[in-house]
Design a protein around this ligand. Structure first.
Ligand SMILES: [Zn+2]
Length: 455
C-alpha cells in the first residue's frame, strides 16, 4: 500500500516562502519599518506525523488480509500477517511517550475509530476486555493528546462502510477500500458525511479533534471537495476554529509548507478555512506493517550532516517527519522505535533549542494567523487585526531598536521584556538583532497593537 506519492504538483504558486509575507508598509517614508512574520520564537518548526495508530489493534496484522483480498495480485500484501502480534500494547505507547517527553517531540497521532472492522472504539473491541479498551483510551486522553493531535484516519482504514447501515460495502474490491475511495466524483456533502461519521466516534470517546488524516489515497480523485468536506465535518462535529488535514508528502526541493485552502468569510466576517499540512519525508522506519528494516540515516545521518530532516532544518523548515505506528513497534522488536530514538537524539544534539516541536494543529493555527492577520505599520506602533489568537507569534521589525515595546490589547497594556539572546526569546519578550528587532508575544484575537518607544 503505497500511501502517498511524493507530490511534485503540490504547491506551485501557493506556499509562499515565509519571509516573503511582508506586512503592508504604512508610513514607510517616515519610519522605514517593515514587519515580517517569522516562525514561532524564530526557531525551526518540527513535527512528527504518525499514521495507522489506534488503541491496541496492530493495524499491520489486521489490515494485511483485507488488503490482500482487495488487491489479490499485489505481492506486497502476501506476507505472513498471522505470525505478527495482533496487539501493540499500551506499555509501548507509554515507552514512546516517555521518550517524546524527554525531547519535547510533538505532532500528530491517528486513532482509527473502527480499526480494520475489528471493533468500535466507543463501544467494544472484540478480543480485548472492555476495561482494556477503556484504559487504552484513557491513556490517549491523558498523555497522547498533550503532545499529539488526534486524527481519525477515516473510519476503518480498510473497508468503506455504508454509514446508513454500518455495514462494509460489497463486493470487496479496490472500489470499496478507503485508501482508494472514491473512484468516482463525490459531492462535498457526501464526503463530509463520511468524515463526520468517523469524527463522531472519537467524540464519543472524548477525544477532541481539529483535523483528520486520509488513509493513503482516500480522496485522490476529489482533492478540492475533500478539503472543503474536512472543513465542514470538523466544524460540525467539534466546532474547531481552524480545521486541518494531513494527506500529502512533499519531496525534492520543496518544504512542507502548510497551505490555506477554501478560505472564505461568513456573514459575521469570521474567516473559514482548511489548512493542508503536508509532511516532508517518507516512512523510513518500519513501514506500515512493521516488517521493513529501518533506514534512520535517510532522516538524519549519525553525524547529523545529512538526511532529509537536516536538509529541511537547514533551509529554515518546517521539518515534518512521517512514519507508521506498526513500523515503530516492529512486531515487538522495537527496531523502528530505536531508529527513531537515534534520529531524535542526533537532531537534539546538533540543533538543541533551535528546533521547535509543534502539534499539527499549532502549525495550522500559526499558518492561518501569519497569513490572515492584517498588520499595519504606523509612526509609533504596529497595528494588528487578527482573525485567530496565536501563541508565540513572532515578527521581525526592521529599523533601529525602539526604546520599548508595549502590547496593547483588550484595554490592558503589557510591556515586553528586552532580552539579550535569541534563545531567551519567548512570548512577552523582544530582542534587538543585527537583522532587525525580533518581537514575540501571544497574539490575541481581534484588534491589538505594539506601541514602540521612540528609537
Ligand atoms: Zn494509514
Amino acid at each position: 500500500m503505497n500511501r502517498r506519492e511524493f507530490l511534485a504538483a503540490f504547491g506551485g504558486a501557493v506556499a509562499a516562502p515565509f519571509a516573503s509575507i511582508v506586512a503592508s508598509v504604512g508610513s514607510q517614508a517616515s519610519t522605514g519599518r517593515r514587519v515580517v512574520v517569522l516562525w514561532p520564537r524564530d526557531r525551526v518548526v518540527a513535527s512528527f506525523v504518525i499514521d495507522d495508530s489506534t488503541c491496541l489493534v496492530n493495524m499491520g496484522h489486521f489490515c494485511m488480509p483485507q488488503f490482500a483480498e482487495a488487491w489479490p495480485k499485489r505481492s506486497e500484501y502476501q506476507k505472513p500477517w498471522w505470525e505478527w502480534p495482533r496487539e501493540i500494547p499500551d506499555s509501548f505507547v507509554e515507552q514512546f511517550l516517555d521518550f517524546c517527553e524527554e525531547f519535547d517531540v510533538r505532532g500528530k497521532y491517528s486513532v482509527v475509530p473502527y480499526p480494520a472492522l475489528v471493533g468500535w472504539l466507543d463501544r467494544e473491541l472484540p478480543g480485548w476486555p472492555r476495561s482494556a479498551l477503556r484504559r487504552s483510551l484513557q491513556l490517549v486522553r491523558d498523555r497522547v493528546l498533550e503532545r499529539f493531535d488526534i486524527h481519525p484516519e477515516m473510519l476503518t482504514h480498510t473497508r468503506v462502510v455504508d454509514i446508513r447501515t454500518g455495514r462494509p460495502l460489497e463486493p470487496v474490491s479496490s472500489a470499496t477500500m478507503e485508501n482508494s475511495f472514491p473512484q468516482e466524483r463525490k459531492s462535498v456533502d457526501e464526503l463530509a458525511a463520511y468524515i463526520a461519521y468517523s469524527l463522531r466516534i472519537l467524540r464519543n470517546c472524548e477525544l477532541p479533534c481539529e483535523g483528520i488524516t486520509t488513509p493513503g489515497g482516500f480522496g485522490n480523485r476529489v482533492k478540492s471537495e475533500l478539503s472543503l468536506a474536512v472543513q465542514h465535518a470538523v466544524t460540525d462535529v467539534f466546532a474547531a476554529e481552524i480545521p486541518h488535514y494531513f494527506k500529502y508528502i512533499v519531496g525534492g526541493d520543496r518544504l512542507p509548507e502548510p497551505k490555506l485552502e477554501h478560505v472564505s468569510r461568513d456573514a459575521s466576517g469570521q474567516y473559514r478555512l482548511t489548512v493542508n499540512v503536508p509532511a516532508g519525508t517518507g516512512d523510513w522506519f518500519g513501514g506500515w506493517n512493521g516488517d521493513r528494516k529501518p533506514e534512520p540515516d535517510r532522516y538524519c545521518t549519525v553525524d547529523g550532516t545529512g538526511g532529509r530532516m537536516v536538509e529541511m532544518i537547514e533551509r529554515g523548515g518546517p521539518a515534518i517527519m512521517f512514519c507508521h505506528w506498526p513500523g515503530l513497534y516492529s512486531h515487538g522488536a522495537l527496531a523502528g522505535f530505536h531508529a527513531f530514538q537515534r534520529v531524535i537524539r542526533t537532531l537534539a544534539q546538533k540543533y538543541g533549542s533551535r528546533l521547535h516541536w509543534m502539534k499539527m494543529s499549532a502549525i495550522a493555527r500559526y499558518a492561518a494567523a501569519r497569513e490572515l492577520t492584517a498588520i499595519e505599520v504606523r509612526e509609533d506602533r504596529i497595528v494588528l487585526n487578527a482573525p485567530f489568537a496565536c501563541p508565540e507569534f513572532t515578527v521581525r521589525l526592521t529599523g533601529p531598536p525602539p526604546a520599548s515595546v508595549v502590547l496593547h490589547a483588550g484595554g490592558t497594556q503589557r510591556p515586553l521584556r528586552r532580552v539579550q539572546d535569541r534563545r531567551q526569546l519567548e512570548p512577552g519578550t523582544w530582542l534587538p538583532a543585527a537583522d532587525g528587532n525580533l518581537v514575540c508575544f501571544d497574539l490575541p484575537k481581534g484588534k491589538s497593537h505594539l506601541e514602540l518607544g521612540p528609537a
